[in-house]
Write a protein that binds this ligand. Structure first.
Ligand SMILES: [Zn+2]
Ligand SMILES: [Zn+2]
Ligand SMILES: [Zn+2]
Length: 255
């Protein structure tokens, strides 16, 4: 998210104001026509980016397919019907008129729209975990790489090839002026009380999130089971002790 509100170069009014512009898009998963509404600053008008872990695992899976096939595109949001990512080609011509003076911002989707692939995130807590998961776009010029999205093989920085040496999946896609980009999964937080920060291949990120979600869910259900057992024990103890006390009182009265 930009810190300052982007303003129109012509009229200086905020570009994020309504009315918003529909960017045409067909859902690749269920085929429904799903135009996504964007403000002229390139941000989606309404995309709820806090996901449940299971939904984020599915989002990661779609990103792995898109990355490995070399058709990453620009994600606009999630399909209202099936929650799959809505994606347009990064070359798609987009035109967003200023909401105040109609002067259009136009160009290729990758330069005009804020890519939503890395926006959805989730939090996993419990069982010694406090972690946040999301996709990260890695730029080849930084020297940091995530690895092959499909098989997890390391992808050394500045490697000339754009395909995985092991599984032949696409490992780098061209973005803008010859820059190479890759998607990975970023994990931030604490694990067993220790700081944990990692950038991993998407396939590994999916497995890690799935495992961590199970750990956190079983820690959660363990806690509530303890609660139920605690109450059960109290009732059970009362059922045993009360008759004994009554018995003793009765016996003492008879003496
Ligand atoms: Zn759909
Ligand atoms: Zn304007
Ligand atoms: Zn591979």
């Amino acid at each position: 998210m930009p810190l300052a509100r982007a303003r129109c170069q012509n009229c200086s009014e905020p570009l994020g104001d309504p009315p918003h512009v529909p960017v045409p898009c067909r859902c690749g998963a269920c085929g429904s026509d799903a135009p996504a509404l964007f403000a002229a600053d390139g941000q989606p008008a309404a995309f709820e980016t806090m996901f449940e872990p299971a939904a984020l695992v599915r989002w990661f899976g779609a990103a792995r397919h898109a990355m490995a096939s070399g058709r990453l595109g620009v994600a606009l949001g999630a399909c209202a019907k099936c929650h799959a990512p809505l994606v347009v080609s990064s070359r798609e011509a987009v035109r967003l008129p200023c909401p105040h003076c109609q002067t259009p911002l136009q160009g290729e989707a990758a330069t005009v729209l804020v890519d939503q692939w890395p926006e959805p995130w989730c939090r996993v807590e419990g069982g010694g975990l406090a972690l946040e998961y999301r996709l990260a776009t890695v730029d080849d010029t930084t020297g940091v790489t995530a690895g092959c999205a499909a098989c997890g093989l390391a992808t050394p920085a500045n490697e000339p090839g754009t395909h995985c040496r092991r599984c032949n999946a696409v490992t780098w896609v061209l973005r803008g002026t010859g820059r190479r980009a890759q998607l990975g999964v970023r994990v931030d937080g604490t694990r067993a009380g220790h700081p944990f920060k990692a950038l991993v291949p998407i396939c590994h990120g999916e497995q890690m999130l799935q495992r961590d979600a199970v750990t956190s869910a079983s820690a959660e259900s363990g806690r509530s089971l303890m609660g139920i057992t605690g109450v059960g024990c109290a009732i059970g103890t009362a059922l045993v002790i009360v008759p004994i006390v009554i018995g003793i009182v009765y016996a003492m009265a008879k003496c």
